[in-house]
Design a protein around this ligand. Sequence first.
Ligand code: C2E
Ligand code: CA
Ligand code: CA
Ligand code: CA
Length: 279
Amino acid sequence: DHGRDNYAFYDPDLHQNRRSSRHSTLERALHHALDDNQLVLLYQPQIDLESGQIRGVEALLRWHHPELGTISPTEFIPLAEETGLIHAISDWVLRTACAQNSAWHRQGHTTMRMAVNLSAQQFSKPGLDQLVHEVLLDTGLAPRWLELELTETIALRDIDAAISTLKALKSMGVRIAIDDFGTGYSSLSYLKHFPVHSIKIDRSFINGITTNSSDAAITRAVIAMAQNLGVRVVAEGVESEKQLIFLRTYQCHEVQGYYFFRPLPEKSITQLLQRQSEK
Ligand code: C2E
Ligand code: CA
Ligand code: CA
Ligand code: CA
């Protein structure tokens, strides 16, 4: 009935309707998420392998909706980007994370680093460096204790613009990390031009380091490259002791993953830090 080029193996309208119904429900709900305090940050520790100490945390966003339950950032961040809500949400994330780290610093944890994820739109919006500057002033956090994480894909969208934004941030003293390293359209030459302080090896490689020889080889090569470039290297998604032993053997600088800690609420991190400084 739809003509010779139109075969349908499932009902595309039904599929589309279901998708867009969840989509528009979430979209409507997301407009209230900030004002109704439904967004929270969890913090996942990053551990220095040499000292065994927590060097910093990564802020990870959660949306707890009273009826819809907890919605994953992988679902609502793209939605926030589509609707433009991403700007208000990411401003809140940056401010909240910096204020929290500033509080930890005032409690005596004076070398705690806070990593914040940047969305594509947040990164390409003009004035990011001024915004960061303002938030640091308002919250009293020194720039070197803030690290901004961005993916290769984000940075490579407009390389010249990215380089100038990153340079501005770097000259303020803020740290830059390349997230999900190895998964994007990676052209290694950009590492030469991008002023980055750290590289985060994507979880998909770490997942296979003890079972898959390619994952092991890639991870070893990335660690060696980072060391030669004088860049810190962080392994993401470490889930087992075997993986940890591998990473220690090849002298990865830092690790992050469920084997150590899941993303935790502020209070749990405060307790961990207190215990660490009592040792
Ligand atoms: P990401 O930046 O790559 O964050 C790491 C993700 O891996 C987090 O998922 C974290 O909970 C999870 N993870 C950490 N350790 C392990 C592990 O050992 N095993 C496994 N299986 N997973 C682990 P989460 O919190 O669901 O965040 C997903 C993504 O959403 C993040 O990926 C990031 O791209 C985005 N995201 C989260 N918070 C923010 C935010 O505040 N702003 C922006 N723009 N994006 C965010
Ligand atoms: Ca990240
Ligand atoms: Ca990542
Ligand atoms: Ca990721």
